[in-house]
Ligand binder design. Structure first.
Ligand code: ADP
Length: 161
């Protein structure tokens, strides 16, 4: 069974990576789909984000990276994916994620949203939090892959411990 894991990934964090790794053990193939929808003001281009995710997941042979700028369910149908994988951290995620899952169900009855609970150590972690810390020169090496920390460092022109 194919699952897609859609998101902004601006940039990928260890929390995303944890969901991808666990998803890759549950499904035959996991396609990580970087959203091209320009609703947010991203730090990294879609191409940079794809490169970051590829580098992070290169050892996971059943994980593929792609991008898409339409409805997630349209992409899922085109790739014959039956599952939309999402991660749940805190209660505030739940409200937004449930609404999205219900919406997607009205768009395609064949596709199921499956939630993976965050691993306890990443429950607080988000891409925006990492950027916020980095902006003020704080350490981020424990929150994102090493090469991503270096990319962020280049953006903010600061060194991290
Ligand atoms: P989006 O803009 O679609 O929310 P994100 O890149 O912020 O994109 O997140 C993609 C998915 O990964 C979402 O389902 C989000 O809840 C999940 N996620 C993000 N950070 C974590 C984390 N630390 N642990 C578990 N899931 C996470």
């Amino acid at each position: 069974m194919i699952a897609i894991y859609p998101g902004s990934f601006d940039p990928i964090t260890l929390g995303h990576f944890d969901i991808i790794t666990r998803g890759s053990k549950l499904y035959d193939r996991v396609i990580v789909v970087v959203s091209r929808n320009p609703t947010k003001n991203p730090l990294f281009t879609v191409e940079q984000r794809i490169a970051q995710i590829k580098k992070t997941t290169h050892h996971l042979t059943n994980v593929e990276i792609d991008s898409f700028d339409g409805l997630t369910v349209t992409y899922a149908e085109a790739r014959q994916a039956k599952v939309l994988l999402r991660g749940l951290r805190v209660l505030s995620d739940f409200e937004k994620e449930l609404q999205m899952a219900h919406t997607n169900k009205t768009l395609s009855d064949e596709i199921e949203t499956v939630f993976l609970a965050t691993s306890t150590e990443y429950g607080f972690l988000s891409s925006s939090l990492v950027k916020e810390i980095a902006k003020f020169g704080g350490p981020i090496n424990h929150l994102v892959p090493q090469h991503v920390a270096l990319d962020i460092e280049k953006c903010y022109g600061k060194s991290h411990s």
